[in-house]
Design a protein around this ligand. Structure first.
Ligand code: C2O
Ligand code: CU
Ligand code: CU
Length: 565
């Protein structure tokens, strides 16, 4: 089952119990800038005295921990080049969950990175300020590679967010909290199973955070492979949800519980200004969950048996100390204008199904989307470039599934015909579709037509996804007739996407550029753009007729641009 090599460097005969104290919350190091290098590698953690647990993580040499990975900080509008090195013994992929980018850069199952190789995607950051994450997405290996520790957070910042009086000092009053659960065997090695017996925050068991007494911001990611968390605080205080998966909300939503499903993120503000000298817990109030909600199910057969099923448990101990010198002390009344998509702009509704179906050769029922198992050669939908669509997902089954779509952020229109709760009215990319419920969302597929490279949609429960609860779509430019891919200049410095281009082209260079000229094949200047120094820029081609053009960036070698409308 496990293709990770488990090698024990020491053989311990003594058994270590959990230390009864708490362990300081680890705040992952950050990575930012135009070029970001991530190295996936196996290693080990010593969570129980000198017993080594074999793990995997990103950039262990930088972070000192071979588990989870650094937090990538991006600015909207910047171009980013990723250098992803796979030093694992297995193939992996790195998916940028929530990012709006070309499918070929998406890091889904179609972009495998064999061991010993490097994958270098690049894109221009176009997401709203919010919390995203990166994680492995190799088909049938997602659960195992996540459980071994691979993953990390991504934070996008933008001007709108920067203008608000919000806590944003990373690690001080703006705290990343990646929630997950782990089970280990008798020799303290990670078990590959959907639910764990112990909570981890940023890979730390029994995590404790020393908080300043002021308004703090938690960026909470459910990085568990299956479990949902019904979040709240031990003293029942309320908190203020300010962001969902893909952006800030219109205004803070005050709640005392929030059910966060696998893959989802929320950002919350918690007012600790009157709590100096006190302590409290961030908790999962999962005892109230139904049997058909991930984490509420108590199934007495493996691999589902676990110590946290449908109980309340602590996630993190919070010890409140003195405030910082420049604290945020108020919850803002308003946040951003959410330009939600209008139902009247939708050009079609796609009806998707989630079902429990018996499949020949599979024991019990399989969880299926659109009545079929994932097939990498089957494209469920051709989505025309530029269309706004409603996706209506009807779950006829007996279990609830967090549905995730790549490429876009959506607005939830309704659950069972009723408008969603306020905290779900912003931008999202994962939505829990409860048993016997229909959820409708609206999304706009504005960019990145590419008939060759699909985007995925799937259940974000890693076991379900691995077992085939996944489908795929391509965004197609209905006018382009020939195949689409990226074109690189002869010396590899300039690349253009897509090929051929119709409505717009993204030009990317390995060195920054400020000046772009487009000439006809006869040398006549047809476009001359000066841009702020960038490594990637998208240009509209509205006025350019179908033809082949010569593109030159500053003094670099010219390359050919094929426009086909
Ligand atoms: Cu978070 Cu397709 O994944
Ligand atoms: Cu994703
Ligand atoms: Cu599922």
């Amino acid at each position: 089952m496990s293709s990770f090599t488990i090698f024990l460097l020491c053989c311990c005969t003594s058994t270590f119990m959990f230390a009864q104290g708490y362990n300081a919350l680890w705040i992952p190091d950050t990575l930012s800038g135009n070029t970001i290098t991530l190295t996936a590698k196996q290693g080990s953690m010593m969570w129980w005295g000198s017993t080594m647990t074999m793990t995997a993580g990103f950039n262990a040499e930088q972070t000192g921990r071979a588990f989870w990975g650094p937090t990538i900080i991006l600015r909207k509008g910047d171009s980013v080049h990723m250098v992803v090195k796979n030093e694992l013994e297995d193939t992996t992929t790195v998916h940028w969950h929530g990012m709006h980018l070309p499918a070929v850069m998406d890091g889904g199952p179609h972009q495998p990175i064999p061991p010993g190789t490097t994958w270098s995607p690049y894109w221009k950051v176009d997401n709203h300020a919010a919390t995203y994450w990166y994680h492995p997405h190799l088909h049938m290996m997602a659960q195992e590679q996540l459980l071994m520790g691979l993953g990390g957070m991504m934070i996008v910042r933008d001007d709108e967010e920067a203008a608000l009086a919000l806590p944003r000092t990373y690690g001080v009053d703006d705290i990343p909290l990646a929630l997950s659960d782990r089970a280990v065997d008798a020799s303290k090695q990670i078990k590959v199973k959907p639910y764990g017996d112990s909570m981890q925050v940023n890979g730390v068991f029994r995590a404790e955070w020393n908080a300043p007494s002021q308004v703090v911001r938690f960026r909470i990611l459910n990085a568990s492979t299956e479990r949902s968390y019904n979040l709240g605080f031990s003293d029942q205080r309320s908190f203020h949800v300010i962001a969902s998966d893909g952006g800030l909300l219109a205004k803070p939503v005050t709640l005392d519980r929030y059910l966060l499903s696998s893959g989802e993120r929320i950002e919350i503000l918690v007012d600790l200004s009157k709590d100096a000298g006190k302590d409290l817990f961030l908790k999962a109030f999962n005892s109230v969950l139904a049997q058909n909600v991930p984490g509420g199910d108590r199934i007495p057969v493996e691999p589902f048996v676990n110590a946290l099923a449908r109980i309340d448990f602590n996630i993190m101990h919070i010890v409140v100390g003195a405030p910082t010198s420049d604290p945020i002390t108020a919850i803002p009344a308003a946040l951003v204008t959410v330009q939600a998509l209008k139902e009247s702009d939708a050009v079609r509704t796609r009806a998707l199904t989630i079902s429990d179906t018996n499949i020949a050769g599979n024991a019990g029922v399989s969880f299926l989307i659109n009545h079929r198992l994932f097939d990498e050669n089957f494209i469920d939908y051709n989505v025309p470039l530029g269309s706004t669509e409603i996706w209506s997902i009807a779950n006829s089954g007996n279990f609830s599934h967090p549905f995730h779509i790549h490429d876009v952020e959506f607005n939830v229109l309704s659950r069972k015909g009723v408008a969603p709760p306020e905290a779900e009215r912003g931008w999202k990319d994962v939505v829990l579709v409860n048993a016997k419920e229909t959820v409708r969302f609206i999304a706009r597929f504005a960019d990145f037509a590419d008939a060759q490279h699909p985007y995925m949609f799937h259940c974000h429960i890693a076991l379900h996804e691995d077992e085939g609860m996944m489908g795929q779509f391509v965004v197609v430019d209905t006018i382009a007739t020939t195949s689409v891919s990226e074109q690189r200049s002869a010396d590899g410095t300039t690349s253009m996407y897509p090929v051929p281009a119709s409505s717009h082209v993204t030009i990317t260079s390995t060195t920054p550029f400020t000046h772009v000229t487009i000439r006809s094949m006869l040398g006549e200047m047809v476009a001359d753009h000066t841009v702020a120094s960038t490594m990637s820029e998208t240009f509209r081609l509205a006025s350019l007729p179908s033809a082949t053009y010569v593109v030159q960036l500053d003094g670099q070698r010219p390359s050919l641009l094929v426009v086909n409308k």
